[in-house]
Design a binder for this molecule. Structure first.
Ligand SMILES: Cc1cc2nc3c(=O)[nH]c(=O)nc-3n(C[C@H](O)[C@H](O)[C@H](O)COP(=O)(O)OP(=O)(O)OC[C@H]3O[C@@H](n4cnc5c(N)ncnc54)[C@H](O)[C@@H]3O)c2cc1C
Length: 418
C-alpha cells in the first residue's frame, strides 16, 4: 500500500479504487443530470460551476486518472473518454475544465519510473507521491496553463521563460486561456529555459501553487461558448517554484513529449466534444418525438423526410463515436505509436467538426423555437464551436493526417505544427 492509499480518508468518496469502469461512467452520467440543471445559469452568468466541482470532489472523481496503487480510480483512456463524454452531456464547460485537471493527472500517471535509473527515478517517484497525494488525500485541483497570447498552444513558440535559482526555478511570462484560473489549487505551467536561443525551446513544466504571490489572474473571459470555464489570463512575475515542483521531475522534455505523445494535449478534449455531439443529437430526437406537425395531431417524428435526416445524423454520430473510442483504445494499447497519433488527430477532427454541424442540423430539423435561451440547443451550438479551435485545431489535424499519409516523419519536432 502506498502512502497516498494509506492516508485516503475513509467514507468520503462514492467511487473507490475498486470501482469498475462501468460504475465510473454510470456515476458520471448521474452527476451530469444535476450539472444539466445548472448549466444554463452558469452559461449566462459566466460563474464557475463551484457546486459541480464540489460534487466531483466529493464523489472521488478528482482521482479518476490517479493509478490505483496511489489510491486513485486508475481509469484507462477509454474509461476516461466515456466518463468525460457523459459529464459533457450535462455541462460541457464543467467537463472541459475538469479535463484540464486530468491532463496533469493522466500525464503523470503514464510517467514510468522503471525506465529511469538512480536519482531521476527517485525524483519522479517523489513527485508522483506528492502530486497524487495532493489529489487523492487533499482533493486539490490542477489546471493547465500553457497557451500564450499570439502563440496559442504552439509549444515551440512559447515565450514564458524560466531560470534556475537556488532551491528552485524562477518563471516570468504571460499565460492566456487558463481554464479554472482563480479556481484551481495548482497551475501546471510551461516555460522555456532563459538564454537558450535554439529553434526548439528547452521546455519544462512546473507546478505553481495558486497562493503564490507572484501570480496575478486577469479576468477577461467573456466568449461565445464554454463560458463558465473561467479561461482567464495569468501573469507570472518572477514566480518562484521549488525544485520538488518541477513536473515529472525532469527539465527540457516538454516539446518532445507533446510531439511524440500528444494524446493528453489533444484527445482529452475529444470526449468533451463527443459529449456535445451526443447532447445535440439526444435533444433533437426528444424534441422531434414531442412535437406535432403544424396544424395536425401527427408527430413530426412520423415524417419520412425527418426520419431520413435523423438517420443520416445517427450515422454520423455513431461513426464519430466509433472513431473516438477506437483512438482511446489505441492510446491505452500503444500510446505514442504513429498509428495511435493518427487516430488521435482523426478523432479530434471528427468530434470538433461534427459538434457544430450536429447542433446546426438539429436546429434546422427542430425549427426556430430551438434558438431560444430556455432550450439548451443554442448553448450546445456555441460550446461545440470551440472544439475545432482547441489543440490540435481542425486544420492542424488535417495537416498532421495529410503529412502522415504522404510519409513525413511526424515524430520529428520540425515536422510538427506545435
Ligand atoms: C474553451 C477553451 C478553453 C481553453 N483552455 C485552455 C487551458 O486551460 N489551458 C491552455 O493552455 N489553453 C487553453 N485554451 C487555449 C487553446 O489551447 C489554444 O491555445 C487556443 O484555442 C488557440 O488560440 P488561437 O487560435 O488564438 O491561437 P493560434 O492557434 O495560434 O491561432 C492564431 C491565428 O493564427 C493562425 N495560424 C495558426 N497557425 C498558423 C500557421 N502555421 N500559419 C498561418 N496561420 C496560422 C490561426 O488560424 C489563427 O488565426 C483554451 C481554449 C478554449 C477555446
Amino acid at each position: 500500500m502506498t502512502q497516498a492509499l494509506a492516508n485516503h480518508p475513509a467514507g468520503v468518496t462514492l467511487l473507490t479504487p475498486e470501482s469498475s469502469s462501468k460504475e465510473i461512467i454510470d456515476h458520471c452520467k448521474a452527476l451530469a443530470q444535476r450539472f444539466k440543471e445548472r448549466a444554463a445559469h452558469h452559461d449566462r452568468t459566466r460563474e464557475f460551476p463551484v457546486q459541480n466541482f464540489t460534487e466531483i470532489r466529493q464523489s472521488g472523481l478528482l482521482s479518476l486518472m490517479v493509478p490505483r496503487e496511489f489510491g486513485g480510480l486508475g481509469a484507462d483512456f477509454q474509461t476516461y473518454t466515456k466518463a468525460i463524454e457523459q459529464i459533457a452531456m450535462g455541462d460541457a464547460s464543467t467537463a472541459l475544465a475538469f479535463n484540464m485537471h486530468n491532463i496533469a493527472a493522466g500525464t503523470l500517471a503514464e510517467a514510468r519510473t522503471d525506465t529511469l535509473t538512480g536519482k531521476r527515478a527517485e525524483v519522479l517517484e517523489n513527485f508522483k507521491l506528492w502530486a497524487f497525494n495532493e489529489i487523492v488525500v487533499n482533493q486539490k485541483i490542477f489546471a493547465s496553463a500553457n497557451s500564450e497570447p499570439g502563440v496559442g498552444a504552439h509549444f515551440s513558440k512559447l515565450k514564458t521563460t524560466y531560470k534556475k535559482v537556488n532551491g528552485g526555478f524562477e518563471i516570468t511570462g504571460l499565460k492566456s486561456w487558463v481554464s479554472m484560473a482563480g479556481h484551481a489549487d495548482y497551475y501546471v505551467t510551461t516555460a522555456r529555459k532563459e538564454g537558450v536561443d535554439s529553434k526548439f525551446p528547452d521546455l519544462s513544466f512546473f507546478v505553481i501553487e495558486a497562493s503564490n504571490p507572484a501570480i496575478r489572474i486577469e479576468e477577461v473571459w467573456d466568449t461565445l461558448g464554454m463560458r463558465s470555464t473561467c479561461t482567464n489570463m495569468m501573469h507570472l512575475e518572477k514566480v518562484l517554484v521549488p525544485d520538488e515542483h518541477l513536473f515529472l521531475g525532469t527539465q527540457g522534455l516538454g516539446i518532445l513529449k507533446v510531439v511524440r505523445e500528444p494524446h493528453w494535449t489533444i484527445a482529452g478534449y475529444v470526449g468533451v466534444y463527443l459529449g456535445l455531439c451526443a447532447a445535440s443529437f439526444e435533444f433533437m430526437c426528444d424534441y422531434l418525438k414531442s412535437r406535432n406537425k403544424p396544424g395536425t395531431d401527427e408527430p413530426v417524428a412520423h415524417s419520412d423526410w425527418i426520419q431520413h435526416r435523423v438517420g443520416e445524423l445517427a450515422m454520423s454520430m455513431e461513426a464519430c463515436r466509433t472513431v473516438v473510442y477506437d483512438a482511446a483504445r489505441q492510446v491505452d494499447e500503444n500510446p505514442g505509436a504513429p498509428e495511435t497519433n493518427e487516430a488521435v488527430h482523426r478523432s479530434k477532427y471528427m468530434a470538433g467538426e461534427l459538434g457544430p454541424h450536429m447542433a446546426s442540423q438539429a436546429m434546422r430539423l427542430c425549427g426556430g423555437s430551438t434558438i431560444a435561451k430556455r432550450l439548451p440547443l443554442e448553448r450546445f451550438y456555441r460550446d461545440s464551436r470551440c472544439g475545432g479551435l482547441m489543440p490540435a485545431t481542425s486544420d492542424e489535424c488535417l495537416l498532421f493526417l495529410g503529412k502522415s499519409a504522404l510519409g513525413f516523419d511526424m515524430t520529428r519536432v520540425d515536422e510538427s505544427y506545435w
